[in-house]
Design a protein around this ligand. Structure first.
Ligand SMILES: Nc1ncnc2c1ncn2[C@@H]1O[C@H](COP(=O)(O)OP(=O)(O)OP(=O)(O)O)[C@@H](O)[C@H]1O
Length: 426
């Protein structure tokens, strides 16, 4: 009996000592964690953002023009170890999206309980939202009953989490809660290009602005094609998917149909009627040159102020009969321009557009070619403007341009058009 009591006393004492030791260790760990919040949370979102670009001419990973910011209210992604694409409840997988996740209730508040509707897309409504930091964003709510919407959501978050460029509408957050899926984008104050081209209550876009927009879009696409690794095709370039910011700079939006380049003969046809590459329709192989085709249609929209649904391409084909490869396109100019355009520029851009919609994809220019040609057109314009403004003799301006290379074209228009001439099939 006595032996049992001693054993009990020793056992209890050892247990108490171990308990005290464990409690001390736990308290110490907790204190350390409070002192340095990074401990135990090393998988911060930014650390897992997948870098994607290496070589795009105008590409950048700088987020300065997006609204992603540390001040944004964010909720931790369950210690950043849930991967929504595998199901939000799955644990132990590091998020690869690198995109902040917002709480449903915060978005509900930011959109005044989803009453600030700014538009309706194929997969659900879009709301304007003011976050508690004051920043304005656009919240796209995906329809809960849409299987396609779910797929689009997964694609968009994964893609946009690693794609950043000043000519793309960058994704700045998402919400996956209560069965709802939402995408949060940089807010584009001036809405879609389509609304400016076709809404009679809006001031018509000037010719110069149209060409600037064309170059912005070309740069966004060039980034997707040549800057992103692996490369990305957009699959739905059209004027309603081009958004304009406060200063009328254009950005490519709606990556709902975006995919890394897929070549599958069995995939269903996707895209928007009127912008679809005929070669893609017959072969079912969507390539970068299919985006180039849609971009060509967009260039003709900018020139003619007509939608493909209003017979734009038939109109273009008629005009092409009179066009001689470099000129003769003026008859398709948008009447809202009231003749205010540079004829040479219009012919250049129409020639580029016509090459881009060539039925044979191999005869179409690349987005890089198009960026080069459009930027040369703008450089030429700037050069002419400077020359006119200063009313200086050409020789003097050319001399001064050597010291200031920016506004002076590196290649003449003729050179840039000639570099594309082997693609001509007019
Ligand atoms: N980031 C944004 N900033 C401002 N407005 C936006 C933004 N994103 C979308 N919108 C507006 O919301 C509306 C719906 O956009 P959404 O991208 O959902 O569909 P869509 O491009 O019009 O059509 P579809 O879904 O067929 O491509 C459009 O009018 C668009 O101008």
């Amino acid at each position: 009996m006595k032996g049992v009591s001693w054993g009990l006393i020793v056992g209890v004492t050892v247990g108490v000592v171990i308990g005290i030791l464990l409690a001390t260790v736990a308290l110490f760990c907790n204190w350390l964690r409070k002192r340095n919040p990074q401990i135990g949370n090393s998988s911060s979102r930014r650390a897992y953002t997948v870098p994607i670009r290496t070589n795009g001419v105008d590409t950048c990973t700088v987020l300065s023009d997006s609204t992603t910011g540390q001040e944004s209210p964010r909720i931790p992604e369950e210690n950043s170890i849930s991967l929504w694409i595998e199901g939000p409840k799955r644990k132990g997988v590091i998020s690869v999206s690198g995109i902040p996740k917002y709480a449903y209730k915060d978005l509900q508040k930011a959109t005044s309980n989803f009453t600030t509707l700014i538009g309706q897309g194929a997969f659900g409504p879009v709301y304007k939202a003011q976050m508690s930091t004051g920043e304005i964003v656009a919240v796209k709510v995906l329809a809960t009953d849409s299987k396609q919407g779910e797929k689009e959501f997964q694609t968009e978050v994964l893609l946009l989490g690693r794609l950043h460029h000043r000519n793309l509408v960058n994704l700045v957050g998402y919400c996956a809660e209560k069965g709802q899926h939402m995408l949060i984008y940089v807010y584009m104050e001036n809405g879609s290009l389509a609304s400016h081209l076709y809404n009679e209550h809006k001031v018509p876009l000037s010719w110069d602005l149209r060409i600037n927009i064309a170059l912005d879009v070309a740069r966004g696409l060039e980034y997707l094609h040549d800057g992103a690794i692996p490369s990305v095709v957009h699959r739905d370039i059209k004027s309603s998917n081009i958004l304009l910011d406060r200063t009328m700079r254009a950005r490519v939006a709606d990556f709902g149909l975006s995919r890394e380049e897929i070549v599958s003969r069995h995939a269903p046809i996707r895209g928007t009627f009127g912008y679809l590459d005929p070669e893609y329709v017959s072969s079912r192989s969507y390539t970068k040159k299919s985006d180039v085709y849609s971009f060509g249609v967009l260039l003709f929209e900018l020139i003619a102020g007509r939608t493909p649904q209003q017979g734009l391409l038939e109109y273009v084909e008629l005009a092409a009969i009179n066009a001689d490869g470099r000129g003769g396109w003026e008859e398709i100019a948008d009447s809202r321009l009231e003749g205010s355009f540079d004829l040479e520029e219009l012919n250049e851009v129409a020639t580029l557009a016509y090459k881009s919609i060539n039925r044979l994809s191999r005869r179409r220019p690349s987005m890089r070619d198009l960026v080069q040609a459009l930027s040369n057109t703008i450089k030429e314009r700037n050069y002419r403007t400077r020359r006119k403004r200063h009313l200086l003799p050409v020789a003097v301006v050319e001399e001064s341009a050597k010291e200031d290379p920016l506004p002076y074209p590196q290649h003449s228009r003729e050179e840039s058009m000639d570099s594309l001439s082997d693609l001509t099939d007019v």
